[in-house]
Design a protein around this ligand. Structure first.
Ligand code: AMP
Length: 301
């Protein structure tokens, strides 16, 4: 039984940084989110891959405790592929290629055991599919959604429908500005709250994240990393860590939301220290706990 259902891409990524290039490594929004959430709870993925997808990648997710009952393997099809690169400012990925492939015809069918999960993460993917999955869920306690410029540019109306139906929206700063056509993040956050969500988190890459809710404002620091290798998946692992912690604690108070955001930020910092999932594969909950306490001490004044 999954505590948390996550829809999003399961992908083969090719990534270039100023220091190294890798091809067809395991990636995707659902992959990173589920991996991060699994430190705290039992996530179940809703996604599709082609029969070119390496089976070793599936067992890696299963070993981490991710439920794959909602992952379809489509015959004679190609997996989603994304190619991106980073310059010396590693806060922003430049997309070089997006191949939706098997996602173009995917019709999600939620396994029965997913439908009663209390938590739902509509990860970065086509907003029409996010709506489809939301409609199949029973009555989740808390729903969050993420997106990216690709969907803001191609499916803005559908994305607005998603935003009207969720509890918390995750966006990075550039996406928030693009979606609401403003240079000001406070104004963008206010627009999100007007559409219905109780809260919005604006991610600011290595500089942390901002929470705007009806009851207040919180600024979470980014962990001061000395060695950023590949930030791909930081947004997704941030979101997965955040909702995974909420699912574990079952506490949706403002105070606990702040803790969840700091946990998300800590897991994202671990993710950036190597390519793909290579570093998240190595760490344990005590590494996460250690950095969480360090951040707490750094913020005292
Ligand atoms: P992040 O760095 O957290 O924003 O997300 C990076 C991940 O998003 C990569 O692993 C990609 O495979 C995946 N991705 C890139 N573009 C898209 C898209 N248009 N829809 C869904 N997932 C995507």
């Amino acid at each position: 039984m999954a505590d948390l259902v996550i829809i999003g891409s399961v992908a083969l990524d090719s990534i270039k940084t100023p220091f190294k290039k890798v091809e067809n490594v395991l990636g995707g929004s659902a992959t990173y989110s589920a991996f991060a959430a699994s430190f705290f709870c039992k996530p179940g993925i809703v996604a599709v891959v082609g029969d070119d997808f390496p089976l070793g990648y599936l067992s890696l997710l299963e070993k981490k405790g991710v439920c794959l009952a909602g992952l379809k393997i489509e015959k004679d099809s190609r997996t989603f592929r994304w190619e991106g690169c980073y310059e010396f400012d590693m806060n922003e990925a430049k997309t070089l290629r997006t191949e939706l492939n098997v996602w173009e015809t995917f019709k999600p069918q939620l396994p029965r055991e997913y439908r009663s999960a209390g938590y739902l993460f509509l990860g970065n993917i086509d907003p029409e599919l996010q709506l489809n999955v939301l409609a199949q869920m029973g009555n989740p306690k808390f729903v969050i959604a993420d997106t990216m410029n690709f969907w803001i540019e191609h499916k803005k109306k559908e994305l607005e429908k998603v935003i009207r139906k969720i509890d918390l929206l995750l966006l990075n700063d550039g996406e928030a500005r693009e979606l609401f056509e403003t240079t000001n993040l406070v104004k963008a956050a206010r627009q999100v709250l007007k559409l219905g969500p109780k809260a919005v988190v604006i991610k600011k890459g290595e500089h942390g994240a901002l929470l705007f809710s009806r009851s207040g404002y919180f600024s979470a620091p980014g962990y001061p990393l000395e060695n950023i290798v590949d930030p791909t998946g930081c947004g997704d692992s941030f979101g997965g860590g955040l909702i995974g912690y909420l699912a574990k604690t079952g506490d949706l108070s403002d105070g606990n939301m702040r803790k969840a955001i700091v946990y998300g930020s800590v897991i994202a910092s671990h993710n950036a220290e190597d390519f793909g999932l290579d570093n998240l594969k190595k760490i344990s909950l005590s590494d996460i706990e250690g950095r969480y306490q360090e951040l707490r001490r750094m913020r005292e004044f």
